[in-house]
Write a new protein. Structure first.
Length: 388
């Protein structure tokens, strides 16, 4: 008989395949629409839309399932989300939480099967509110989000986004704060050039360390990658650096975690130069999701009868995300089956200089799922220590 660990690994393996496909397509569409520095949580979007899918019927459900690449076996996917929630929320040595909530208009009756499924697999809160009182209902929702994200995501909803026609608001909140396994010495942080384009550069605060890292050449992406472990080795930040200064758009369109993990990774001493950065993004996802084929759920033909017999459709899908990276580690928030093969590297140390636009991802190793994905295109010049 398979052990519990083997069962969980199998569930994670199946789940990561669908999540990889969704993440690749989702981010390739998000990045060009945001345009500037970007951070988002494909996992957050995937989870909350999956909850919606299990309450959808007919063509509405078909469109959602197709765009989310959900497995045909609902119990496998649902158990996958349950295992992931437990694994993330029980992680030690860092701060991480993944939470779901479904705010319901007073007087609306939800289907018992939908409530039971959400409680069992997604651990969702289901508070009742009066959306006709837009100020108070918005305050309650924003307060919940702030609490779940350690006050990093504020004012997710504005009062004018809620009215008497609002019946249900579904929310997923993600928060992450981890310290590097190899912290950067603040004394080595100094202003270094960061090339926005071939002809434009800025001098920005850049961290430095020389330590042991896993890194890889990504020939198909014309890029390089390095993995920065956190103090809890189940989590790491992946930095993906295009070989060309203006190579980020191509990287964003072709980013695929699976192909990156399956490449040949080396391990050895690396001199790493990494800019400090802080990014916050607010992304309206309706247009992106419709381009991915999720259309009917936004119309009067939406069939959400698995949620409630009341006539329902989706009004807005919004994601707000935040990340900060400094010498201690990183803080982020948002409302591998393939073995890594490492070999020791001889001196001199590899130099990994992140001095041009790049991508990053915070990854959960057991599930092989990226929790956050983002891009840095431009960083503002800051005064040097002597100018402060």
């Amino acid at each position: 008989m398979a052990s519990d660990e083997e069962d969980q690994e199998n569930i994670f393996n199946q789940m990561s395949k669908s999540n990889d496909k969704f993440t690749t397509r989702f981010y390739s569409m998000v990045a060009p629409k945001v345009g500037g520095n970007t951070v988002c949580s494909p996992l957050s979007a995937h989870m909350i839309l999956s909850i919606l899918t299990y309450g959808a019927r007919g063509k509405t459900a078909e469109e959602l399932r197709s765009a989310l690449y959900l497995l045909s076996d609902d119990s496998l996917t649902q158990n996958g989300f349950k295992s992931l929630l437990q694994s993330l929320n029980n992680a030690t040595g860092l701060e991480i939480s993944l939470a779901n909530a479904i705010y319901i208009q007073e007087g609306i009756t939800l289907m018992p099967e939908f409530l039971s499924m959400n409680s069992k697999y997604f651990d969702s809160d289901t508070p009742r509110v009066d959306f006709k009182n837009s100020v108070e209902s918005t305050r309650q929702i924003n307060s919940w989000v702030e609490n779940q994200t350690n006050n990093r995501i504020k004012n997710l909803l504005s009062a004018d986004a809620v009215n008497e026609w609002t019946k249900i608001i579904m929310i997923n909140a993600v928060y992450f704060k981890g310290n590097w396994a190899n912290k950067f010495n603040t004394e080595y942080t100094e202003n270094r050039p960061f090339y926005i384009t071939k002809d434009t550069k800025r001098h920005i605060p850049t961290m430095y360390t020389k330590s042991e890292y896993a890194y890889a050449e990504l020939e198909e992406l014309n890029a390089r990658a390095i993995r920065l472990p956190y103090s809890n080795d189940d989590f790491s930040m992946l930095i993906i650096l295009p070989n060309e200064i203006e190579g980020l758009p191509n990287l964003e369109q072709n980013f695929n975690r699976g192909s990156i993990e399956s490449t040949y990774w080396r391990s050895g001493k690396v001199e790493l130069f990494l800019p400090k950065f802080k990014v916050e993004s607010t992304i309206n996802l309706e247009e992106i999701l419709q381009e991915m084929g999720i259309k009917q759920v936004f119309t009067d033909f939406a069939d959400l009868s698995g949620i409630s017999q009341a006539p329902l459709k989706v009004g807005h899908v919004l994601q707000k995300a935040f990340i900060e990276v400094n010498e201690e580690g990183s803080e982020a928030a948002a409302a591998t089956l393939v073995q890594i093969r490492c070999r020791r590297m001889a001196s001199p140390p590899e130099v990994f200089d992140v001095n041009r636009p790049f991508m990053f991802a915070i990854q959960h190793k057991p599930s092989k799922i990226p929790i956050f994905v983002g891009s840095i295109r431009d960083l503002q010049m800051l005064p040097t220590k002597d100018e402060l």
